[in-house]
Write a protein that binds this ligand. Structure first.
Ligand code: NDP
Length: 389
C-alpha cells in the first residue's frame, strides 16, 4: 500500500487525481484530503476513499465539515495550520493541487520531511523556486512536475544531459481570445474569459490561459524547475494542444511530447514515476487529426508574456510579486472591478513600484520574505485597481 495525500482534492486536478486512485484501490491508502469551500465533495470523497483526515482551509467550515463526517471515524480539521499539519503527515506521495499562493506553505511542509511532492501548484515554483529546489536537495525530497508542459519537458529529459539542451519550447493553446479582433478583447466578459477552447480546468487557470498569465507563470516555472536560462525558453501557440512541450538538443534534435489534452496523463506519470503504467487516456489517431499548426504569440494580445520575461531576468522576489499581483488583478476582474486587459496593467504597475520604490532588487529570498512580498504585492495591486476605477 502506498500512502497518498491530495492537497486541493476538490478541484479539477484533485478530482482527476482521485479518478486515477480509485481505479486501483488495493494500491493506495489515502492519508489526507484537503479542500476549501466545497465541503460536500470533500466529505463525500473522504468517505469514498477512506481517508484518515479531511481538512478545509476555511476556519469557519470546521463544524459543517465535522457534521458531514459524523460517525465515519474520519478526522475533520480546518485552517491554515491544519493544512500544513496534513501535508506533514507521513505519506509516500503528495499531490499539490491547491490553487494560488496558498499552496506554497503546505508544499514546503512535504519537502521539509523529505517527501515526494507532485507539483500542479505552479505558484510554488514561481514564488519560491530556488528555495523549493534547495529544500528538496537538502532533505532528500523529490519534486515532480504535474503541469502538462513541465511533465512533457521532464519526460523528454529522461536519460539526457541537461547541459546539451539548446532550447525548450512550451506550447500554448492561445486561450479563449486567440482569434478575437484585438480591439474587442478589452471588453471581454467574465463568462467569455472562463471558457477554454481545449482543456477543462478550474475557472482561475482558464482565465489565466486567455490572458496568457498562465503561460507567463509557466515560463518562470520552466526556468526554476530545469535551471535553464530565460533566453533558451520559448512559447509557441499551438491551437490543437496536442504537443505539450518540446526540448531541443545541441545536435538539432527536437523531442516533442504528444498526447491528448487530458491532465490524467501528467498526473499519472507523476503518480507512477519512475515507472510508466497504463493510463485511461485517449490514444491519438494521428491520421484523423491530420495537421498540427503553430504560430508566434502576438505581444499586443498577450502582454503577460513580456511581464513574465522581465520577472525571469530580475529573479529573486519578483516571482512572488508577479504571482500575487496577478492573483489580486484576477480577483478584480472576476469581481468586475477592472477589465480584462487592465489585469496586465495592474501587474506592470506593481512590478514597477516594488522594484524601484519598495527596493526588492537586493532583498534576500526566504519563506518569510516571500510571504511578506506576497502580502505587499496584493496591497499594491489593490491600490492600482483603485486608481483605475
Ligand atoms: P481548482 O480551482 O479547480 O481547485 C483548487 C483547489 O484548491 C480546490 O480544492 C479548492 O477548494 C482549493 N482551494 C481554493 N482556495 C484555497 C485556499 N485559499 N487554501 C487552500 N485550498 C484552497 O484549481 P485547479 O485544479 O484547476 O488548479 C490547481 C492548481 O493546479 C493551480 O495552481 C493550477 O494553476 C494548477 N494546474 C491546473 C491545471 C488544470 O488542468 N486544472 C493544469 C496545470 C496546472 P474548494 O474547491 O473546496 O473551494
Amino acid at each position: 500500500m502506498r500512502r497518498v495525500t491530495i492537497l486541493g482534492a476538490t478541484g479539477s486536478i484533485g478530482q482527476n487525481t482521485i479518478d486515477l486512485i480509485v481505479r486501483d484501490p488495493e494500491r493506495y491508502e489515502v492519508v489526507a484530503l484537503t479542500g476549501a469551500r466545497n465541503l460536500d465533495r470533500l466529505a463525500a470523497d473522504a468517505v469514498r476513499l477512506r481517508a484518515k483526515v479531511a481538512v478545509t482551509s476555511d476556519d469557519d467550515s470546521y463544524l459543517p465539515l465535522k457534521e458531514r463526517l459524523a460517525g465515519t471515524g474520519i478526522e475533520a480539521a480546518a485552517g491554515a495550520a491544519a493544512l500544513s499539519e496534513a501535508a506533514a503527515r507521513p505519506a509516500e506521495w503528495v499531490m499539490s493541487a491547491i490553487v494560488g499562493a496558498a499552496g506554497l506553505v503546505p508544499g514546503i511542509e512535504v519537502l521539509r520531511r523529505g517527501g515526494t511532492l507532485a507539483l500542479a501548484n505552479k505558484e510554488t515554483m514561481v514564488t519560491a523556486g530556488p528555495l523549493v529546489m534547495a529544500l528538496a536537495r537538502e532533505r532528500g525530497g523529490t519534486v515532480l512536475p504535474v503541469d502538462s508542459e513541465h511533465s512533457a519537458i521532464f519526460q523528454a529529459l529522461v536519460g539526457e544531459d541537461v547541459s546539451q539542451v539548446e532550447r525548450i519550447i512550451i506550447t500554448a493553446s492561445g486561450g479563449a481570445f486567440r482569434d478575437w479582433p484585438l480591439e474587442k478583447i478589452a471588453g471581454a466578459t467574465l463568462a467569455e474569459a472562463s471558457s477554454h477552447p481545449n482543456w477543462a480546468m478550474g475557472q482561475r487557470i482558464t482565465i489565466d490561459s486567455a490572458s496568457m498569465f498562465n503561460k507567463g507563470l509557466e515560463l518562470i516555472e520552466t526556468k526554476e524547475f530545469f535551471g535553464v536560462p530565460p533566453e533558451k525558453i520559448e512559447v509557441i501557440i499551438h491551437p490543437e494542444s496536442l504537443i505539450h512541450a518540446m526540448v531541443g538538443f545541441a545536435d538539432g534534435a527536437l523531442m516533442a511530447h504528444v498526447g491528448p489534452p487530458d491532465m490524467r496523463h501528467a498526473i499519472g506519470y507523476a503518480l507512477h514515476w519512475p515507472e510508466r503504467r497504463p493510463l485511461p487516456v485517449a490514444r491519438l489517431d494521428l491520421a484523423k487529426i491530420g495537421a498540427m499548426t503553430f504560430r508566434t504569440p502576438e505581444a499586443a494580445r498577450y502582454p503577460a508574456l513580456a511581464l513574465a520575461r522581465r520577472v525571469m531576468e530580475q529573479g529573486g522576489l519578483m516571482g512572488a510579486v508577479f504571482n500575487a499581483a496577478k492573483e489580486r488583478a484576477l480577483d478584480g476582474f472576476i469581481a468586475g472591478e477592472i477589465g480584462f486587459l487592465e489585469m496586465a496593467e495592474v501587474v506592470e504597475q506593481v512590478l514597477d513600484t516594488m522594484w524601484s520604490r519598495d527596493g526588492l532588487q537586493n532583498a534576500e529570498l526566504s519563506l518569510n520574505t516571500v510571504l511578506q512580498t506576497d502580502a505587499l504585492a496584493r496591497i499594491r495591486a489593490a491600490e492600482a485597481i483603485n486608481r483605475m476605477k
